[in-house]
Write a protein that binds this ligand. Sequence first.
Ligand code: NAG
Ligand code: NAG
Ligand code: NAG
Length: 246
Amino acid sequence: MHALHYFCCWTLLGSLGLALTQKPLEQPGCDGTGLVDPDGRCNGDGLIHDPPPRDRDGFRFENPSTDCEYVTQMHIWDSFKDLEKDMTKLFTLIHKNVSFTVVGHHPIAGHYHDLLHFYVNALRRVSVLFFDHADKFKIHPQAIHGGCNDRWSVQEVNFQGVMNSGDDFDIVNVWVTRWGHHGQMVEIRTYIDAARIMEALHKNEIWWNGTTFRDNLQYMPGPAGMPDMKELEGLMGYPNGSKYQE
Ligand SMILES: *[C@@H]1O[C@H](CO)[C@@H](O)[C@H](O)[C@H]1NC(C)=O
Ligand SMILES: *[C@@H]1O[C@H](CO)[C@@H](O)[C@H](O)[C@H]1NC(C)=O
Ligand SMILES: *[C@@H]1O[C@H](CO)[C@@H](O)[C@H](O)[C@H]1NC(C)=O
């Protein structure tokens, strides 16, 4: 009863807050070009001077223009923030044929020629290290440079979370991104904190974290995959050539 009461009112307050803080970008009488200032006046320069901090953690946009050939800095902020709660957003934010380079010397580094190879080999491999504390995973865009009328933008993005091992994780990645005309990233170079990624794999991934104290009860062949087990079974027997009676 109490919980329901609070739920209803917070939802209501939430929608009211939204209604109060979100000013329409176009007043009636503007010409639809998006060239407006915060008061909805059509001032023609495409800039929103001192945009009110909306629901974006008070982030200050270097270029808050909404009149952009490529993507606005607000779109970029939202794109990264969306991934915090829903990694599937990635599949529309990044073009399927993206050219994706993860810079560095570590297990997920390299050039990926499409989104699915990046997802399987790199992003998914790292994100499963956070599955047990998915609610603690946070993405904070810290700085956004470029974008808007520039095809390229640079993002400094803070990733925070708690790993399955219980250890805190807190790194800043730099994403250098080229945007296509559908508001998607088509080329990406990301510079990651290799030491922390390797530490995370070491602490949380069964392939990396073997110790003397582990019972190896299941096959873990590594990237080479399983050998021909029938052939190997055929090799086994006593030194005199006879086979086990099993
Ligand atoms: C992606 O690349 C493939 C192979 O080069 C091509 O056939 C396909 O049309 C591309 N898809 C898009 C949406 O660009
Ligand atoms: C190794 O990682 C696995 C998860 O893949 C985890 O269950 C296990 O506790 C870890 N072992 C050590 C010694 O860290
Ligand atoms: C071969 O060795 C096994 C194990 O010692 C034994 O049980 C088996 O009888 C031997 N077979 C022959 C043909 O000597």
